[in-house]
Design a protein around this ligand. Sequence first.
Ligand SMILES: NC(=O)c1ccc[n+]([C@@H]2O[C@H](COP(=O)([O-])OP(=O)(O)OC[C@H]3O[C@@H](n4cnc5c(N)ncnc54)[C@H](OP(=O)(O)O)[C@@H]3O)[C@@H](O)[C@H]2O)c1
Length: 333
Amino acid sequence: MIRIGTAGTNWITQQLVEALALSQQFTLAGIYSRHSETATAFATKNHAEASYTDYDEMLAQAKLDAVYIASPNSLHFDQAMAAIAKDISVIVEKPAFSNQREMIAFKAALAEHPNVRFFEAARHVHTPNFKAIETALSGLPTVQGASFTYMKYSSRYDKVLAGERPNIFTREFSAGALQDVGVYPIYVAVALFGQPSHVDLFPTLVETGADGKGVAILRYGDFDVTVSFGKTSNAYGLSEIYGLKETITIDSAGELTHVEQRAADGQATDLSQGDLANPMLPEVMDFARVLQAPDDPQNVRDYQRWLQWSLTVNQVLYSLRVSANLSFPADAH
Ligand SMILES: NC(=O)c1ccc[n+]([C@@H]2O[C@H](COP(=O)([O-])OP(=O)(O)OC[C@H]3O[C@@H](n4cnc5c(N)ncnc54)[C@H](OP(=O)(O)O)[C@@H]3O)[C@@H](O)[C@H]2O)c1
């Protein structure tokens, strides 16, 4: 069993903990929260061994193999660095780090801890439906572009409209729509097509100064990928990958819950692989597989691939922000 601790106690950590339980590969060894009541309640509810109000104390005392970090984005770097300094593997929520400087520094530290594994929790690219998209793509005679959309109205935008500054809508926490939801379709583009040759971002800012929605263009030489993302409105249109006469359609580039291929005559074949018991279960099973057998040749290949995706996504997100002069306080350090 893999001994894991958690940082952050919002709903995403609860979902992760339920996926860990379903996987039967993990022991919940520690829960960290800034508040003791929250830490105790979360630990009790989920049968964790111990709770902590000091993150470093959890790393020092809980005998962890891995830590899951689901704090605001701007805190990921310090929490991940502290973990690998103790040879503890890290699963960091997307987007892993605020900028390229942090990613480069983290990668250098990772090289000094060869037994540590680093995973960015990009749940959707570990799903059977993503693999179905990859397989369908490999059968297309050519690729002429893609249009990916992920837009969900955030209840926290109500707070912005009421004059508040929720973390997820602030640059101080390296947040905003690109980081929070744009990252999903960008992950799909990078995982399917690799690193774009040029990127441009057209963000719409909200009252807090962060982006609430936007359009990103990823140029790939022969074709372009258009990404529409946002937290201030809802989108219901399909995401699409254009072949020649064939098209792959996806319900949402963030959820990937329904995938179809349209033939030349428009006839649809459903490629969806069924509902997931928990949206995070496939990634949790993948991470467990690598943590338990890191030297297995297939696991080595998969790990290197996921690591490359993470590095490239970080670079694309940063380049997009640079293209639109969208800076974070974390960029100034
Ligand atoms: N993969 C997914 O589907 C998914 C979905 C949602 C979010 N996420 C990612 O998960 C991460 C957290 O997002 P979120 O929306 O849950 O963030 P959040 O609500 O702002 O904060 C998450 C947790 O971090 C702690 N925290 C909050 N403010 C803090 C502060 N000022 N200083 C230190 N700790 C603080 C809180 O835990 P305590 O009060 O217990 O310390 C809180 O529960 C982000 O990276 C986000 O992108 C991923």
